[in-house]
Write a protein that binds this ligand. Structure first.
Ligand SMILES: [Zn+2]
Length: 173
């Protein structure tokens, strides 16, 4: 496992981007993973569990009003993904550096590992195998990834979502 992929925040006032996302926010969990953030997706069960997650250095995000009194939890109101990201950006300061985008399995949260092209012959469509040289795999679900045609649209969306977290100064320059 590559330790170089672990994001280290570069300033004191930037929170580490490790998250726990509550049920009902599945799309948000998926996109946090697309942006490279270590994101657990679970149904929060108790205040004690939430505090344990926070003590382990994770930002806990929920839509459930039941938990809003817990200090430090991020309680969102918006229903649409873009609005939820905008709301999150108002509440926390973090960054999603581009070099970590698409580095995780969006289903398992595992960091993808590079695989030798010849070891996966027959496991991806032939035209893909013939035209691509770099492949990666999720060590958990063993799904194989490559830079396919869907990535263009996903990159656009990743840009839009991550931009919301830029500091004012960075946007202006
Ligand atoms: Zn996976």
């Amino acid at each position: 496992m590559s330790s170089a992929l672990i994001y280290k925040p570069d300033s004191q006032d930037t929170v580490p981007n490790r998250f726990v996302v509550d049920a009902m926010l599945g799309k948000m969990a998926k996109w946090l993973r697309v942006l490279g953030a270590d994101t657990l997706y679970t149904r929060l069960k108790s205040a004690e569990e939430i505090r344990r997650f926070m003590a382990s250095g994770r930002i806990v995000i929920t839509k459930n009003r039941k938990w809003e009194k817990i200090e430090g939890i991020v309680c969102l109101e918006a229903n649409r993904l873009d609005e939820q990201f905008a709301e999150l950006a108002q509440k926390i300061r973090t960054k999603f550096p581009e070099e970590f985008w698409f580095s995780r399995c969006v289903t398992c949260n595992e960091i993808l590992v590079g695989v030798d092209k010849h070891s996966i012959k027959g496991k991806v469509p032939e035209y893909v195998w013939n035209s691509m040289d770099e492949f990666s795999m999720c060590p958990s679900c063993l799904k194989i990834f490559w830079e396919g045609s869907h990535v263009g649209r996903m990159v656009e969306k990743a840009c839009r979502l991550s931009k919301m977290f830029k500091n004012k100064e960075e946007v202006e320059t």
